[in-house]
Design a protein around this ligand. Structure first.
Ligand SMILES: *[C@@H]1O[C@H](CO)[C@@H](O)[C@H](O)[C@H]1NC(C)=O
Ligand SMILES: *[C@@H]1O[C@H](CO)[C@@H](O)[C@H](O)[C@H]1NC(C)=O
Ligand SMILES: *[C@@H]1O[C@H](CO)[C@@H](O)[C@H](O)[C@H]1NC(C)=O
Ligand SMILES: *[C@@H]1O[C@H](CO)[C@@H](O)[C@H](O)[C@H]1NC(C)=O
Ligand SMILES: [Zn+2]
Length: 532
């Protein structure tokens, strides 16, 4: 029978085996239970002490802004990079590898934002009117994430390539009704105690020569701040091998230009002694990170400020150089974060808006247009239109020969210029119209490269967002909070949540700040090249 029912037989055998193993399991259970109790008792002795000594991981948030950069700028720059490196479509920008979504950019007062309302959306988490710096729709000052970070004992910094008093950095660190109140912005940035580090341009709003009230804020600082307000002083600090050992303490200010830092395209073709955005960012990271006051980590704003200015000037050759310099800075910070796995780093990058309504491929005749654009035309250009126009207006030997040899051949790399080009340019020099002169030169490049612009101002198109964190779990945490298409007021919440900030407290602080204009605000509205 047992042979006729092999299945039953084998089941019996198994159940015998099982009952044998059941008694073994019981014995093991008793053993493990006793062992577990014993281990728990020992661990309790061991763990209590280390728990009290445990230090929280430092948290660092780097908020990047590519001012004026639409997705079209990213494509233009990626194409340009592939062209100059003679690479195929596999070559990407650093940023491309971190795309997380898009941002809607409109402000409270318009479908088309300016940089002030755009940056206040980031810093105060609210929509306000164009021109507002750290104030809401009713001109009430609003606490910023930078201020809240400082109040929570984080270190704070601003790194830019424009004036440190310009809209983006100002919206994180000051509160005024109109962006043109730059002297007041400078004063607030210095005296609030909220900013530990400032690197960029805009010294003019801190010294007697440039300020309306004639004060020299830098002199007044005495030894309260470490100052390095020219390129040589910047590099004196930068070249210190060990920042901790050096005398360089926070707060630190290095405004190495009176106004804006020169365009990257100009820097590459002249003897320039100031730092790149990457070098600025590097110094900022080293100073904040190694400061003895760094207890919890830091909040740092890094802005590729002048990408926007290329767009305002409709200067196609300017854009890829400026964005590539930003890409290099982003990559440096990413590497720094990855090399510090003992701390948490989140890098977030976005734009306030697109500038210029720039189009890659432009119809230039009434024929059906070719599907093409020519990066090689941009690659030949050695200066910004702004620089070339200034040169033409300040040199007194400008004639037809100068245009042919210097402007067309050396600076623009254009051989197929026309008699009409020469006539028009000489006439614009004659009438001293620097804006139209610049436009004419930039358009000579744009037409040949097939790059078009539809405005000297901003456009309403959504812009990209990018994200990096130095661990998989942190990246996932941050990605859940910014992925997809978002309102520009949402990104500040990631900073608030990650760093554990109290915006109510920051709002209370900000409400006491004097934000009205000291002088009647006089916006220069008839010159569209003033880069807003
Ligand atoms: C602008 O702000 C006001 C006051 O908060 C609000 O009532 C209005 O809906 C806002 N408009 C837009 C377009 O954001
Ligand atoms: C410099 O710091 C001292 C001590 O904190 C302070 O009393 C003084 O007002 C500061 N000076 C300036 C110009 O900020
Ligand atoms: C820098 O100097 C500090 C203080 O003397 C020292 O603790 C640290 O190890 C030095 N770092 C390097 C990279 O030499
Ligand atoms: C945030 O700050 C406000 C105002 O100072 C305070 O009343 C509140 O208790 C704070 N919240 C937290 C969670 O600390
Ligand atoms: Zn702008």
């Amino acid at each position: 029978m047992s042979e006729s029912l092999p299945l039953l037989n084998s089941l019996k055998k198994q159940s015998k085996k099982q009952s044998l193993s059941n008694s073994l399991v019981k014995k093991l259970l008793v053993f493990f239970t006793l062992a577990a109790i014993f281990i728990t008792i020992i661990l309790q002795f061991l763990i209590i002490e280390p728990k009290q000594l445990e230090v929280e991981r430092k948290k660092n948030f780097i908020f990047f802004v590519t001012d004026g950069t639409g997705p079209n700028y990213v494509t233009l720059t990626r194409n340009y990079k592939q062209f100059i490196n003679n690479n195929d479509y596999a070559e990407l920008l650093q940023l491309d590898q971190h795309l997380s979504g898009t941002s809607r950019t409109r402000s409270n007062s318009s479908w088309v934002t300016d940089s002030a309302a755009g940056a206040t959306a980031f810093s105060c988490l609210l929509k306000t009117y164009n021109g507002a710096i750290g104030v809401d729709h009713h001109q009430n000052p609003c606490g910023t994430v930078l201020e809240a970070a400082k109040m929570a004992n984080y270190l704070t910094g601003l790194v830019v390539t424009t004036r440190i008093t310009d809209a983006t950095p100002a919206s994180f660190s000051a509160h005024v009704d109109y962006r043109s109140q730059e002297d007041q912005i400078a004063e607030q940035q210095i005296s609030s105690g909220m900013v530990d580090l400032m690197i960029g341009g805009g010294l003019q709003h801190f010294v007697s020569g440039g300020r309306k009230d004639g004060r020299d804020i830098i002199k007044e600082l005495g030894s309260n701040w470490t100052t390095a307000n020219d390129p040589a002083s910047f590099f004196n600090v930068y070249n210190q091998k060990n920042i901790t050992e050096s005398e360089v303490t926070l707060p630190f200010i290095s405004l190495f230009e009176m106004g804006d830092v020169p365009f990257q395209i100009d820097v590459e073709n002249m003897a320039y002694s100031g730092p790149s955005l990457k070098e600025e960012s590097e110094l900022a990271l080293r100073l904040l990170h190694s400061s003895p006051d760094n207890e919890k980590g830091f909040f740092l704003l890094i802005e590729g400020s002048r990408i926007d200015h290329c767009g305002h000037n409709n200067d196609a050759a300017c854009i890829p150089r400026e964005l590539m310099a930003f890409d290099e800075a982003f990559n440096y910070v990413k590497t720094f974060a990855d090399e510090h796995p003992d701390e948490d780093f989140i890098l977030f990058s976005t734009s306030d808006h697109e500038t210029g309504g720039m189009t890659i491929s432009r119809q230039i005749t009434s024929d059906y247009p070719d599907y093409i654009w020519y990066p090689e035309v941009l690659a030949k250009v050695k200066h910004s239109g702004h620089y070339m126009a200034q040169q033409l207006l300040t040199k007194n030997n400008v004639d037809e020969k100068f245009l042919k040899k210097t402007l067309f051949a050396d600076w623009l790399g254009i051989e197929d210029y026309t008699k009409e080009d020469i006539k028009q340019i000489l006439s614009l020099i004659e009438s001293r119209n620097s804006g139209f002169l610049q436009d004419y030169i930039n358009n000579m490049v744009g037409i040949r490269a097939r790059i078009g612009f539809s405005t000297h101002g901003h456009s309403a198109i959504d812009v990209n967002t990018y994200l990096h964190a130095n661990s998989e779990s942190l990246l996932n945490y941050a990605f859940q909070r910014v992925r997809g298409n978002r309102e520009n007021t949402e990104f500040g919440s990631l900073v608030v949540e990650f760093l554990g900030l109290n915006m109510t407290a920051a709002n209370e602080y900000a409400s006491g700040i004097n934000h009205g204009p000291l002088f009647a605000a006089t916006e220069n509205i008839d010159e569209y090249h003033n880069n807003i």
